[in-house]
Structures are given as structure tokens and as C-alpha cells.
Ligand binder design. Structure first.
Ligand code: ZN
Length: 281
């Protein structure tokens, strides 16, 4: 998705197309922005990319997609191609870190200095802000690939992560639900046993993130979280798994305000990219 604007109330142009080869996809983005540049100058571009990526501006491979299994995309100089074609400063980060930035600026994380944003869809990813800074470090977080307890008796599905099998993403992303139940997740009825199991896996991951990062809020987006019945199940299970140990009002009494959908809906990513561009300009 490509867009031009300054914020939620000012999106002047946008276009959406499928991700195919790097050459074709990046080429389409460049054509769109060149057309926009003919109307008015662009100050900067912010890119919210699927990963893994190199988000370190000091690295020689900054702005590259690195080891992705997505065909043709490994070792693609994404940010560099955009910068060379359009001649403007380019900010670059993971899709989830950028969505977190959007939620911080205009959505459900305004005023917070430590929170995480998770997306549960075709994959599982997590990003966020800690002490006011987007989370980086060695590379960037890979919250979807943490290992969680897997009871093989109650859930014999082996998981589908090509790297780990039954990591969180391998057990709980959309493709895992489809693999386990034999039909796409969005066609499973709201009272199907798939949902309590899904909530169980997601809650296991959340208690790990709560115990390690102490987020002030957890935002959960992505296609699977469109199933609104998941939120109450996840919240209840998080409280049960924590067992009253973390003495925080947000968890004990206000969990409906603690584990929430994105305030920007499915626009957190594109609006976050605008926020990133504004920081980069
Ligand atoms: Zn994995």
C-alpha cells in the first residue's frame, strides 16, 4: 500500500497492489510516487516492510530485506531503490514497528512510552516502543517466533513455521489455523473450539511479553484479530495465566483497556509510515 499525506485527516492519494517480485512491486511504488511528485514535492518516504530487514541506519545493508523465505526478496535493497529513484530521504523499519509508531502518534498508544503492537494474520509479528524509542537492538524483535508450551495430546497439529515448526507463528497464525482445522480461519464459526485454543496460544505469548517488557498497553491487529470474540477470551486467559502476580490495575481491573485492537484499524501501518517519513524529513 502506498499513500501520500500528512496524517489520518489528510490522505491525498493512495494505491494498493499485490506483492510480486521485488522489481515489479518496487517499480509500481516508484511509478505511483513519481506521479505524485509531478503534482507536489514529497518531503520524505517512510517504508513499513515485511521482514526480516536491516533497520540500522549505520549498517551498510540498511534498508535491505535480508533472509526472507518470500521468493526473490532475499537481500533486496528496498530503501536504497526508493531513495535513488525519488531523491528524497527514506525512513525504513519493520511493518510492526511502523504500525506501533502510527498507533503512538494517532491511535491507541498516544501518551504511552512503553507498549507493544502485535499483528496476527498470515504471520505473527510484534514491534513497539520502549522508553519512547522504537525497539531495535541486534536486529529487530521477532515476537512471532517465540517458543510457547504445546500440549501435543490436546493439539496434535505439528505447527507450520518453516524454521521452528511449533513456535507461536507456527501454531497460531492464520495458516496454522487453516492447517489444523482444514478451513480458513475466517470461515470458522464464533463458537468453534478453534477460538479458545487460539486465545490460549496468544495469551501464552502475551504473558511472556508482559513479564519481559512490562508494556503499558498491548495492541493486537491483523486479520485473525478481526474475530472480535478473541479479545475477551485472550484477556481472561492472560489474567488466569498471570495468577494475580503482576499487581497492576490495568491487568487486574482494566484489562479491556489493556489488551486492545488498533485505534487506527487497518490503517496503522500506512499512517505509521507517514509518521516515520515526518521523523525522517
Ligand atoms: Zn518460527
Amino acid at each position: 500500500m502506498c499513500a501520500v499525506g500528512t496524517g489520518p485527516g489528510d490522505l491525498r492519494a493512495e494505491v494498493r497492489f499485490s506483492t510480486t517480485t521485488p522489481q515489479e512491486t518496487i517499480g509500481q511504488a516508484i511509478r505511483f510516487f513519481r506521479q505524485q511528485q509531478e503534482k507536489e514535492p514529497l518531503a520524505a518516504i517512510g517504508i513499513a516492510s515485511f521482514g526480516p530487514v536491516d533497520p540500522n541506519p549505520a549498517s551498510p545493508t540498511f534498508g535491505y530485506i535480508t533472509t526472507t523465505p518470500k521468493p526473490g526478496w532475499a537481500h533486496t535493497d528496498f530503501a536504497g531503490a526508493i531513495r535513488r529513484a525519488l531523491g528524497v530521504p527514506v525512513g525504513f523499519d519493520t511493518d510492526v514497528n511502523v504500525a506501533a509508531l502510527g498507533e503512538h502518534r494517532w491511535g491507541a498508544a498516544q501518551g504511552l512510552d512503553t507498549f507493544i503492537y502485535l499483528t496476527i494474520g498470515t504471520g505473527i509479528g510484534g514491534g513497539g516502543i520502549i522508553n519512547g524509542q522504537l525497539i531495535h537492538g541486534l536486529l529487530h524483535p521477532e515476537m512471532g517466533h517465540i517458543r510457547i508450551p504445546h500440549d501435543w495430546d490436546s493439539d496434535p497439529y505439528p505447527g507450520c513455521c518453516p524454521y521452528h515448526g511449533d513456535c507461536l507463528e507456527g501454531l497460531a497464525a492464520g495458516p496454522a489455523m487453516e492447517g489444523r482445522w482444514g478451513q480458513p480461519a475466517d470461515t470458522l464459526p464464533a463458537d468453534h473450539p478453534a477460538w479458545p485454543l487460539e486465545a490460549h496460544y496468544l495469551a501464552l505469548s502475551l504473558v511472556n511479553f508482559i513479564c519481559t517488557l512490562s508494556p503499558q498497553r498491548i495492541i493486537m491487529g491483523g486479520g485473525v484479530m478481526q474475530q472480535q470474540q478473541l479479545f475477551p477470551l485472550v484477556r481472561r486467559e492472560v489474567q488466569e495465566l498471570l495468577g494475580g502476580y503482576i499487581q497492576a490495575t490495568m491487568i487486574l481491573e482494566r484489562i479491556d483497556d489493556y489488551i486492545v485492537p488498533p485505534g487506527l484499524g487497518n490503517r496503522a501501518g500506512v499512517l505509521g509510515a507517514i509518521a516515520l517519513a515526518q521523523q525522517t524529513a
